[in-house]
Design a protein around this ligand. Structure first.
Ligand code: TMP
Ligand code: ASP
Length: 237
């Protein structure tokens, strides 16, 4: 496999073509952004930590029968992934209230949500990822009803697998965002799963162990990501 030209640079990752049109190289950079790119910083080791974190989680999800784009680690900061036709709708599951849910509905942070909620957001920084629904997604042609049903099914399946994984390691999976794409007609999990795109709290102390540390200026961002990984048994060095 040969790495070729850069196809796309997002806020924290870049995508490169390869000599195989079905495969891309995903590079995890140290760039960190929040509030749709309003707050930006370089955090040393973040690319490496998130690349290895994501590889570990994607392998767990594959093992549980969830189709993902992940093919394998290439280097400290690069992974080989399938070329997906990305669906521009983000799926968010919440087990506990936090973040935009609290702001939107005026509920307090930390309330257990039973059953876990499922929300859709349009991937559009300029519009600040507005909340959408299935009807809008179908009418605008972002995804078909069948695809949305599959995305919801897979997003909840991910919750079953990861909630248990974090729980066993003394952590609470508060919420997370997933992105999906199409590959040969099937819906496949894409993008990444790392502490950048979810909320994780220590089960006992409720210490924030995710990108809220960066958003809220709590410090020790990458050290805490590594602590989460360490508790899950991920080797970073
Ligand atoms: P929210 O509380 O800001 O709506 O976010 C819910 C979860 O989804 C949180 O873990 C952060 C994640 N998320 C992203 O990583 N990127 C996004 O663009 C959105 C909308 C949410
Ligand atoms: N991931 C988005 C950004 O980089 C939203 C966020 O995490 O606050 O701006």
């Amino acid at each position: 496999m040969e790495k070729r030209e850069e196809l796309y640079a997002g806020k924290a990752k870049s995508v490169f073509k390869t000599d195989d049109p079905n495969l891309f190289v995903l590079e995890f950079r140290d760039d960190t952004s929040a509030f749709d790119g309003e707050k930006k910083e370089q955090l040393q080791r973040k690319g490496m930590v998130n690349n290895k974190f994501n590889a570990f989680i994607m392998e767990k999800l594959e093992a549980a029968g969830i189709p993902t784009h992940f093919e394998g680690l290439l280097s400290d900061t690069e992974s080989l992934v399938k070329n997906l036709d990305m669906i521009p709708v983000e799926c968010v599951v919440r087990n506990v209230s936090a973040g935009s849910l609290c702001r939107r509905l005026g509920v307090e942070e930390g309330k257990e949500l039973t059953p876990p909620t499922f929300e859709l957001f349009l991937k559009n920084d300029a519009l600040h990822d507005p909340m959408v629904n299935e009807s809008l997604a179908v009418s605008f042609g972002w995804a078909s009803a069948d695809e949305l049903a599959r995305m919801k099914e897979l997003t909840y399946k991910v919750n079953d697998v990861l909630k248990a994984l974090f729980d066993e390691a003394g952590m609470l999976l508060v919420d997370y965002k997933l992105e999906f794409g199409r590959s040969n007609g099937a819906v496949v999990l894409g993008d990444e799963f790392s502490p950048d795109g979810c909320r994780i709290w220590d089960k006992e102390t409720r210490k924030k162990m995710d990108k809220d540390r960066f958003r809220q200026g709590l410090g020790e961002v990458i050290e805490t990501y590594e602590e989460v990984g360490g508790r899950l048994g991920i080797q970073f060095d």
